[in-house]
Design a protein around this ligand. Structure first.
Ligand SMILES: [Zn+2]
Length: 119
């Protein structure tokens, strides 16, 4: 089976000699142009839906009226999850809730453990 995922190395591989030299020159001088380009691209990508649903892996219909996207986590390390419909979104939220409540239960467990040890 052919590997369809593009790696960072594959991306660099697509650049021709002049583009590679331009990138290297920019990186050598602090990489400000590359950084600005990447930040613009990230901002643009944040506004788009992902290509597939985080719950059922179906491809999202570009023109679909029932596409949803959630942004998760802190500003400097945001994660994005898209969904093909409200059912998949709901399933994801239920799973997240279960995961966070089991984490909270674990926390309470370890806290009570340390309290017990201190007594
Ligand atoms: Zn789905």
């Amino acid at each position: 089976m052919a590997n369809t995922s593009n790696t960072y190395e594959d991306l660099i591989d697509t650049l021709n000699y002049q583009e590679l030299m331009r990138l290297k020159t920019d990186i050598d001088s602090g990489g400000m142009n590359t950084k600005r380009l990447m930040e613009e691209k990230i901002k643009r990508r944040l506004r788009e839906h992902e290509k597939s649903c985080a719950t059922c892996s179906n491809f999202l219909n570009f023109y679909g009226q029932s596409n949803y996207t959630l942004l998760l986590g802190p500003d400097d390390a945001k994660k994005k999850a898209s969904f093909c419909g409200i059912d998949c979104l709901e399933y994801f939220i239920i799973k997240m809730k279960e995961a966070s409540s089991s984490k909270a239960a674990e926390k309470i467990d370890t806290q009570s453990d340390s309290i017990n040890r201190n007594v």
